[in-house]
Design a protein around this ligand. Structure first.
Ligand SMILES: Nc1ncnc2c1ncn2[C@@H]1O[C@H](COP(=O)(O)OP(=O)(O)O)[C@@H](O)[C@H]1O
Ligand SMILES: [Mg+2]
Length: 145
């Protein structure tokens, strides 16, 4: 378990950008898509961290919380790899989202980030967990397995 103290939103983004390459490399080595669960209370910084990971992949589009759309996709390597950002906060019933997610997990070369994945249960049992705890207004601790 790694514990990283993060002093500001900018630092959280920078940290995401720094860590993402390593995650992708691990996935490539195993020929798998990497699934990351972002865990933390509302306002902890999950979307901020996701935005940093998108930056690290060279994604230029604005990354906002997919709370209303549930799923957003961003291409990062000329068509092949995609970042898939899910937010299940408002979802009570998975419906076809479960199938869509399973399908994506079977593919290689994707990075899947999930906020509020409690509803998924066993579906994401192999996900990497990044947990953010709020210490003060701007200070956070990021816990990495
Ligand atoms: N150290 C920090 N890390 C992440 N966000 C921070 C930090 N300090 C302040 N913030 C602010 O907290 C809010 C986090 O929002 P967001 O990333 O959408 O959280 P979540 O997705 O967990 O609900 C943003 O307004 C961000 O600017
Ligand atoms: Mg969010």
């Amino acid at each position: 378990m790694r514990e990283i103290i993060v002093e500001s939103a900018e630092e959280m983004e920078a940290l995401g950008a720094e860590l993402v390459g390593q995650f992708l490399a691990e996935g490539r080595e195993r020929g798998e898509t990497v699934v990351v669960q972002l865990v933390g209370d509302l306002g902890a910084g999950k979307t901020t961290l996701a935005r940093g990971m998108a930056r690290g992949l060279g994604i230029k589009e604005p990354v906002t919380s997919p709370t209303f759309t549930v799923h957003k996709e961003y291409n990062y390597s000329s068509g092949s790899g995609s970042l898939h950002h899910f937010d299940f906060y408002r979802l009570e019933d998975l419906g076809v989202m479960g199938n869509e997610l399973e399908e994506l997990m079977r593919e290689e070369n994707n990075l899947i980030l999930i906020e509020w994945g409690g509803i998924l249960g066993e579906l994401v049992k192999n996900a990497k967990i990044m947990k953010i705890e709020k210490l003060t207004d701007e200070k956070r601790v990021l816990l990495l397995e």
